[in-house]
Design a protein around this ligand. Structure first.
Ligand SMILES: Nc1nc2c(ncn2[C@@H]2O[C@H](COP(=O)(O)OP(=O)(O)OP(=O)(O)O)[C@@H](O)[C@H]2O)c(=O)[nH]1
Ligand SMILES: [Mg+2]
Length: 196
């Protein structure tokens, strides 16, 4: 599949969300789980800023995607959201996120799918469960993705994904931004959602 992507804008408050009518997919997860890396791997670009320091992405960053040739109107918008729930992130940053992540999730009419990233290397975390419960109770469509699968091999990975699926009650799509594992499957999920 041929597609092109470009950075649109960074929003630090709801008034700055871009006025777009294109269907949108949001990428959510704890700080450092690999959201920006996954976005870059999906798009085959380095548009999103990746960092070893948790809490790097502190705004909602929007990317416009076109399938086939570039047109004036995007076919799809992707939103890279700031991470939550990382203990080492300074309190004032953690305190900021609900201020616009919740309005974004609750009010963004064009939002079609939330991709929820969970680290496949660690046991289920309360902050992730809280997010999934919030999405379920608000009737939002979501896809769970287990990140950094390249760090585990064979049985360990299988066991870890199974534990996450049991805890979250949904299919967890394995993904590695390093190797590209899961990229085609995630694109398929996004395309199916857009066709609905
Ligand atoms: N081994 C491995 N490392 C990864 C993978 N994805 C991300 N990382 C690493 O994890 C760290 C965090 O990645 P980011 O993509 O910046 O994470 P983020 O979720 O956007 O973080 P915040 O913006 O702080 O919320 C970086 O050091 C990445 O290189 C992966 O698939 N495999
Ligand atoms: Mg990021």
């Amino acid at each position: 599949m041929k597609y092109s992507a470009k950075f649109v804008t960074s929003a630090a408050k709801p008034e700055q969300f871009p006025a777009s009518h294109a269907p949108e997919v949001a990428f959510l997860g704890r700080s450092n789980v690999g959201k920006s890396s996954l976005l870059n791997s999906l798009l085959g670009t380095k548009h999103a800023h990746v960092s070893n320091t948790p809490g790097r992405t502190q705004t909602i960053n929007f990317f416009a995607v076109n399938f086939g040739v570039e047109k004036t109107r995007p076919d799809l918008m992707l939103a890279d959201l700031p991470g939550y729930g990382y203990a080492r992130v300074p309190k004032h940053i953690v305190g900021e996120w609900p201020k616009f992540i919740e309005p974004y999730l609750g009010e963004r009419e064009q939002l079609r799918l939330c991709v929820c990233l969970i680290d496949s290397n660690i046991p289920p975390q309360n902050s992730d469960l809280q997010l999934v419960e919030w999405l379920q109770s608000h009737g939002k469509l979501f896809q769970l993705v287990g990140t950094k699968t390249d760090r585990l091999s064979g049985n360990k990975l299988k066991q870890s994904l199974k534990a996450l699926e049991t805890e979250f009650g949904g299919e967890v799509l394995p993904y590695s931004s390093k190797s590209g594992t899961g990229k085609d499957e995630l694109w398929r999920v996004i395309r199916i959602t857009l066709d609905k």
